[in-house]
Write a protein that binds this ligand. Sequence first.
Ligand code: BES
Ligand code: ZN
Ligand code: ZN
Length: 499
Amino acid sequence: MKVHVKHGSLTNTATEVLVVGGYEGEKTLGKPLQALDRHFDGQLAAMRKTGEFQGKINQTVLVHSRGSVPAKRILWVGLGKKEKVTLDSVRQAMGTVVKRVRQTGARSFTSSLLGGETPRHSVSDLSQAMVEGAILGSYRFTQFQTNQSDNGKPVDSLNILASASELNRVKTGSHRGAIIAEAASLVRDLCNTPANIMNPARVVEQARKIAKERGVKLTVLNRQKMEKLGMGGLLGVSRGSQEPPQFIILEYAGAGKKDKPVILVGKTVTFDSGGISLKPAENMEQMKADMTGGAEVLATVLAVARLRAHLNVIGILPVTENMPGGRATKPGDILKMLSGKTVEVQNTDAEGRLILADGLSYATRLKPKCIIDIATLTGACMVALGQHAIGMLGNNDQLKAKLKEAGEQSGERVWEMPLWDEYFEQLKSDVADMRNIGGRGGGMITAAMFLSKFVGDYPWVHLDIASTDWSSSDRPYIGKGPTAIGTRLLIHYLLNQAK
Ligand code: BES
Ligand code: ZN
Ligand code: ZN
């Protein structure tokens, strides 16, 4: 979707659909709407009175102008109660708006700034949220549908109206919003693409495209190199698959050499069948999205490069399939990890931690400022937190606080779980340094506990996005399927760091 920012007013703008916002519980129209309503013989005020438009979040009313103003239609969208409006209300409202605009058949529309400037929300934040909501709300994955005419025409252009004094701030915010939403859309594409196409080699191809962006360097380690280094975790998981594993390192240099990098490590299992500990058939197709963490790391590096953020970031992706082939790792096998530690694999379906462990050990060798890993790691996360919170565990309070803040800003919120030493008891093995499952209880915690043994003393946070990565229903700006949750969180965090 192309986004343009224009100077103009509600009464003089020619457009297919003109979007205006309204709060819940307001009895009268604000000044700009009053001016507009004069051309509508007071229809808008009347709809407020009768309760036809209450301003509830995501409520919409469409009014045809029949030539009374240059805009063909007015789309009134509810933002909820004024004191409760957040940036996410704005994203939701815009997600609702683009779908309503599509129903009219219009390909382009114009919106006034939704939700006024407050001490909590600047004009640039509001316009950023608007663009994020519009682009993400219009996302569809139709690449594999041969009859494109069934899908209708996409809405491909948005104009945002701004006053002269707001113009520059709206431009800054909408530019940022577009890049962030495009990053999340890329993640959705990568996760929607089935595993017969999006295999480890294709992920490398995607990384190659990203490395064309300014300041991004790509290194890919092949199996031979992994063997030489001793990446027993990644190699062990990949044994059951015909597809060779890959280890991708993307380095973005946006600051001086002395600035230590923030390292992002993303679980990239292009398909998780469970391996020999095979998963049940129901919903197994969703395991094509077990590469969400890695896709998000790729997209995040791309976004900070496009925004030319002033910091150094390294993205690390251990990439593999988890399959039950004849040479697959078996329950009871012992792997020697990159760090030198040994792990007894008691369940081959707990593969994410095995490949991440090697990714984290590799990260420590690059002397990072901090390490953040992101992964669709445990079904236990789904049980504990459901569809709306990312599980967060880590060893550094300051880093956790920063991610919490970025979560509130981006609408991709995190919730902390404890990482107490006592939980390590559950990971003890009789024959190796540890085992890869923690038995009954606290599955999200024991998985993180496992990872913590591979990060040394570096500040580190683990984000578990299992279950939040996939939406079972359509939401205002998140469709059914891959949500890309975590992408906007990571980008917001990095942009805050770069300030
Ligand atoms: N990729 C799965 C976790 C997952 C489950 C992600 C559901 C998204 C939705 C992971 O590799 C896995 O299978 N974990 C096991 C670990 C267990 C065997 C200790 C799980 O959580 O069941
Ligand atoms: Zn698994
Ligand atoms: Zn998995």
